[in-house]
Design a protein around this ligand. Sequence first.
Ligand code: G3P
Ligand code: CA
Length: 339
Amino acid sequence: MNKGSIVLALLFVFASCQSTSKKTIVKDEKTMLTKEQIKIQQTVADNIVIAHRGMPYHCPESTLPSYILAREIGADYLEADIQRTKDGVLVVFHDDDLKRTTNVVSVFPNRANEPISSFTLEELQKLDVGSWFNTADPERSRTTYEGLKIITLVGLIDIARQGINKPGLYLETKKANQYPGIEKDLFDVLTQSDWLASNNHNKCNLILQTFEKSSLPLLNQYFPETPKLFLLWKDDIPNFDSTAFKTWVTFGAENGAQFIGPSINGEITNYHDLMEPWMIEIYQQAGLRIHAYTFDTPKDLDLYANKMNGCFTNRADLLLDFRDIAHPEIDSTLERFGY
Ligand code: G3P
Ligand code: CA
């Protein structure tokens, strides 16, 4: 055998190994999903209670007491928006800037309009993320909320791990296009903290979500076996009509999502209603299960409960009541944890 033939033979063996190591994609006959996606979908229970930013009706959103309370009352998942500091730390925070829920105006008066990504973790930790709540909602205010700090993803993982209930995490790559590489950062933190390895496939401990078309395939690349939800916002869909809507939803199904996250026209939020019957038909044809957002009132639960498989709620206690699931009382639980 001459040198050329040996090289060719080696290349052939290498190519064969590559093709056999690749997973064969088998489509489900009835939906747009693959068999693998269906298998992953089934690891998430039906009717899950997703504590949206923790318990923001009772506590400042996305803070330690907010998530401790959600865990203690028995929410299935702690929902959190993940962003990245200037020095590369993943933190839990919803808004683009710090004005609404912190005292950034008094601590950094010249930087109040800057995005969270322009602050280091040390700078962010100088901010009070609790006092605004006491002003906004005097009825539920507590002096112990004053001086609360922004929490990191690692901090959120610690909260989820403690206590008797073991809620899963439902993490959103928020404004992912502002944070190139955040999907890998998320993978690294969840791996280093052993959160991925400790997954129990009977009660999946992690679901990922994004509004962004650019982020979903990247989440799928780093987390192929983790359930993923594609969030919907009507104004993101150009030239909105039924065809454009179906194409948008199909993108989710074809890029790794097993779940779809439509908004509801809730009594408090007044978002677009993306749960009209023709829209639900599109989700069902695609094979996507529905986790809708955001629920604040029993009336909305009544309206939508039978049309979805899980819901993001600012009042997990109301949803548990709605399902006749007993839970600890709010005030005494907060007091037990020093709030
Ligand atoms: O993640 C579900 C819901 O949280 C999406 O809306 O703006 O509250 O993150 P938003
Ligand atoms: Ca969110």
